[in-house]
Design a protein around this ligand. Structure first.
Ligand code: DX5
Ligand code: ZN
Length: 216
């Protein structure tokens, strides 16, 4: 069966009306909540941390997908899981002991994902692919919403698929950055299981309809 999941990124939501935005997503065909945490060190931007995560936990009725764009993520994964994260993804580039961090996330009861920046080759995942629940391919350089999609991502989806198949891995493939109504269908066809969409959903006149269209 083909998975076609949409994970709207709350980074582009209206934080003055966060509860309303979350409820809109609860009532929509969105599958996951994508939560972008940035520390101003791993990426050149700061987003939000635990207090906002707590508000998300209080209102969100769907799977919570936390994307940590922070250095030393192992220090914080436990608290995010306590605050409701169902999946925690950490960057390959931010983890000296990636295998240990993936095991830590899973031992605390959450799914574990590994994220690759656009310039990091898929082959770096060869010795971790059997252990992860998800591979998140960045299709923009992380740090900001609303950037242009990097076309090389299609090649990386197909390489990730091959790696998953040759290792009998059950990992899902998620794509994050610059997803829009023009490329969503092509990305699902190329093998993506989950698409993150920030700007496309929240800057649209009718976010709920846009989420439906992203699945077509
Ligand atoms: C980028 C974040 C993305 C971002 C996507 O650093 O990881 O999740 O919010 O936003 P759009 O869909 O606007 O590119
Ligand atoms: Zn993200």
């Amino acid at each position: 069966m083909k998975t076609k999941l949409i994970a709207p990124s709350l980074l582009s939501a209206d934080f003055g009306n966060l509860q309303r935005e979350i409820e809109m997503l609860n009532n929509s065909q969105a599958d996951w909540f994508h939560v972008d945490v940035m520390d101003g060190r791993f990426v050149p931007n700061i987003s939000f941390g635990f207090p906002v995560m707590k508000t998300i936990q209080q209102h969100a009725k769907k799977f919570i997908d936390v994307h940590l764009m922070i250095v030393e993520p192992e220090k914080y994964v436990e608290e995010f899981i306590e605050l409701g994260a169902d999946l925690v993804s950490v960057h390959y580039e931010a983890c000296v002991h990636l295998h240990r961090t993936i095991n830590l996330i899973q031992s605390k009861g959450a799914k574990a994902g590994v994220v690759l920046n656009p310039a990091t080759p898929v082959l770096m995942l060869e010795d971790i692919i059997a252990d992860v629940d998800l591979v998140l391919l960045m299709s923009v350089n992380p740090g900001f919403g609303g950037q242009k999609f990097i076309e090389n991502t299609y090649k990386k989806i197909s390489e990730t698929k091959d790696l998953i198949l040759s290792n009998n891995s059950t990992a899902l493939i998620e794509v994050d950055g610059g997803v829009n109504l023009d490329n969503a269908g092509k990305l699902f066809d190329a093998g993506a299981d989950v698409l993150v969409a920030g700007n496309t959903v929240f800057s649209s006149q009718d976010p709920e309809r846009t989420i439906e269209l992203l699945k077509l």
